[in-house]
Design a protein around this ligand. Structure first.
Ligand SMILES: NC(=O)c1ccc[n+]([C@@H]2O[C@H](COP(=O)([O-])OP(=O)(O)OC[C@H]3O[C@@H](n4cnc5c(N)ncnc54)[C@H](OP(=O)(O)O)[C@@H]3O)[C@@H](O)[C@H]2O)c1
Length: 368
């Protein structure tokens, strides 16, 4: 990515998935839009693969706090090849393989992006792996280290362990030599984790109506009085079971509320209102006497702290150096199918959209 002569693309077109406004996945439509040359501080990227996030669905349904008003293109990350550079960009050149963070706008076949939101793809990674990495790895890093302060021998209760963030968190916890109890929503995911992630059966808990008793059994088998950290983006009925089993000084890291998700194309306001009214709440006075804490975060906040991103990404790659586990891919045109699959809550690893118009093979490892 040495500085090269900037090359300026003429006005071209790109395909995007765009919704006229949040509220229903059905409003998400494939459109062709004109794309001008990159501004001086931007690069133009030919997108090869796009990482899907649960937040994309929440955004389209209007349940994500950072959802833009009016029309928007979902998508928080992708990977591709630089096609043109703006006149003020000196540290990237045409042909570089890049991972891209986008604050929305990632569901596109080609895009112009501020050059500060790019990272080089590690040489032995494919573009598919690169597209799958930034959001979920940054989330796992931020929640477990800066907030969770996980250290050697910390005991961590990890929710949705077979999902995108969850598998990154498993890798991070292994690197930190922490102890983990992994939670999943089904027996088949539990078996998959045992087969692929070398977790023992007693390290896995299924989130069913016996969840609280299962946590007590897991703690008893370890001879532990409580968890040092709970890492949870499910919330709802599992929250209190985990919070009440934090050890003194324990940290509950809450970063999502997948329990609010339903399976339809619309947000289902009645169901949401019911869940919202019944949501668990905490009493700060009890937290003092029990010496437990809650930290909550939305990573989108880091997008506005762009000067912090290089260190955040560096630290994330140190903690989670292996490419992510890919859970499946769909052609760019099949975004609805891909999102419905993710929404159903049965996926393992990361789902991708792949832009088929390119000759580059996104699954081919290493530089072109
Ligand atoms: N705060 C942030 O900055 C941030 C950043 C990234 C992701 N997140 C959140 O982290 C979570 C994981 O994200 P991800 O993209 O890696 O997704 P994922 O874990 O691959 O998929 C979401 C998982 O949520 C679980 N789930 C629980 N209740 C569900 C329900 N009612 N409907 C559907 N799924 C349900 C399912 O796994 P199990 O049933 O096995 O638990 C499902 O596989 C999401 O909740 C997301 O919103 C937050």
């Amino acid at each position: 990515m040495l500085g090269g002569m900037p090359s300026i693309a003429q006005t071209e077109s790109c395909q995007v998935w765009r919704t006229s406004r949040a509220g229903s996945l059905r409003r998400l439509k494939l459109s062709t839009l004109p794309l001008g040359a990159p501004a001086p501080h931007e690069v133009q990227v030919d997108v090869v693969a796009i990482g899907l996030n649960f937040a994309d669905i929440f955004a389209c349904l209007g349940l994500y706090s950072a959802t833009p008003a009016g029309a928007f293109i979902p998508g928080l990350e992708c990977a591709g090849i630089i096609r043109a550079t703006g006149s003020a960009v000196s540290n990237w050149q045409v042909g570089d393989r890049v991972m891209v963070l986008t604050r929305f706008g990632g569901y596109a076949t080609r895009l112009n992006v501020d050059a500060r939101y790019l990272w080089p793809v590690p040489p032995d990674w494919s573009l598919a792996e690169a597209a799958a990495y930034p959001v979920q790895a940054l989330t796992a890093w931020y929640g477990l280290l800066p907030l969770g302060q996980v250290t050697v021998d910390s005991l961590v209760l990890l929710h949705s362990a077979a999902g995108g963030v969850g598998l990154n968190a498993l890798q991070a916890l292994e690197q930190l030599q922490a102890k983990v109890i992994a939670v999943v929503g089904s027996q088949s995911k539990a078996e998959w984790l045992q087969e692929t992630q070398s977790l023992a059966a007693e390290q896995i808990v299924i989130r069913d109506r016996h969840f609280a008793q299962r946590l007590d059994q897991a703690l008893a088998s370890l001879g532990a009085k409580g968890f040092d950290v709970v890492f949870d983006a499910v919330y709802g009925p599992v929250f209190e079971s985990g919070f009440n089993r934090l050890a003194p000084e324990g940290r509950y890291i809450l970063y999502g509320a997948a329990d609010f998700m339903n399976t339809g194309s619309f947000a289902n306001p009645l169901r949401l209102a019911w869940r919202y009214l019944r949501r668990p709440r905490l009493d700060p006075l009890t937290m003092i006497s029990q010496n437990r804490g809650l930290r909550a975060f939305n990573l989108i906040w880091l997008w506005d702290e762009v000067e912090r991103l290089p260190k955040a990404m560096h630290d994330t790659l140190q903690l989670i150096p292996k490419p992510p586990v890919l859970g499946g891919h769909y052609p760019f045109e099949a975004a609805h199918e891909a999102m419905q699959t993710l929404q159903a809550g049965q996926t393992r690893g990361k789902l991708l959209l792949v832009v088929s118009a390119h000759q580059h093979d996104p699954f081919m490892r290493g530089a072109r």
